[in-house]
Design a protein around this ligand. Sequence first.
Ligand code: SIN
Length: 507
Amino acid sequence: MITEIAVVDGPLFEEIAVSAWPQALSLSRPDLLRAQALVGGEWRSAAEQFLVLDPADGSTIAAVADCDAAMALAAVEAASAAFVAWRETTAAARAAILRRWFDLVRANAEDLARLVSREQGKPLAEARGEVAYGAGYLEWFAEEARRAYGDLIPSPVRGRELKVVKEPVGVTAVITPWNFPVAMIARKIAPALAAGCTVVAKPAAETPLSALALCALAQEAGVPPGVINLVPTRRAAEISQVWMDDSRVRKLSFTGSTAVGKTLARQSADTLKRLSLELGGDAPLIVFDDADLEVALDGLMKAKFRNGGQACVAANRIYLQDAIYEPFVARLVDAVAALTVGPAGEGPRDIGPLIHDAAANAMERLVQDALAKGARVLTGGQRHPLGGAFFQPTVLTDVSPDMDLCHQEIFGPIVALGRFSDEDQAVDLANDTPFGLAAYIFSTDARRTHRVAARLDVGIVGINEGAVSTEVAPFGGVKESGYGREGSRYGLADYQNIKYVCVGGLD
Ligand code: SIN
């Protein structure tokens, strides 16, 4: 679950020493710290600002333009005007611009990572990984832009040619979450531009700075004015309403909670927009008794603790087969207890703060509910001594399906352990959820992993692997985890319309 809006109150914009921000962030390119909206190729101020806070201590990082409905409309106008020329730009030229953008992101990766780490809270090493992951989408879609092939269909009638051509869908609204603020926006904007679409985008209110820096680099790479418009705001509902109502916006790509995704789908119904919805996950992770326990442990730690558990593909429900339950849990508890927790910027860390105090409160509630219903804490279980948004990496055993953490996304560093006796039971438990994004299976029996992968109702399966995300493979879910695919050769199709052209009189 992703909380969409941080409503932030604090000192007035004027009271903040604006000139001190880049130094505080140690950016080698201070000009990458942007605080305005990018609309029609111009950086524009808004009447009000909102504060971006460091989740480690609540201190102010920057004050950013709080865009309103009028700015959202101006963004659509700019994107709509720019679409006329951008769709006519050759695929090779679009690819070259995307490639330059990729090169610039790589050249400025350290600054981007510092921004991500500071505003999102993830450790710097992990933020560097996110920037590389996001850059991968720019590179991939620079290449895919040149492969937007159509088809020639053998005609059933002489003298006709039946052609299928791929056309850009049009102006695309992009709404992204705070957990991967660079990677998610790159994953959506890159295929949109590759296909010939123009974009109006809203980053999460908690993490607009890295998205703004990314768009400054896009401008530098030669993305023409109006092709990308970025509107930071804390008024998410106001902005998205404008975009959902406007018939010039032909597509929405959204990553966030299932609840917000459903609202956006309803709002877009009147103008029948194309939708890509990457929504909540509730990933099961199954360890069979024939698993290599070292491999399973490594996979679980990656699938659970990436970004402190704040990922849609995070392992949410862990099912261990009876025979390996005790030995596996002993190793797991040691590994979780050894995780280091602290502010992102200070030394090597495994886990930073959660996105805000409210997220740590939610962890407390989940643990209390589980304990009241019979779970036991094996390690952690409380707010971290650092306080605020820090929560201890936690392992809970004796978890049962009636507990809240078994049917809602935990989105934090809590491992919830359940057990099973046979394959059928494991599959039934895994599929017992309205969600269907990812699942993980650990076993050394190839026939078993093949069988179980086929029976799981999800869009992504990791077999003996906990890190599944990559720009070259399709990312997306089934059931209430949404629809559409991002990345891979399938990712471009979500931004293309198919046109069938029947040419007659050729004989
Ligand atoms: C997400 O949490 O929404 C994305 C995670 C990923 O790309 O791996």
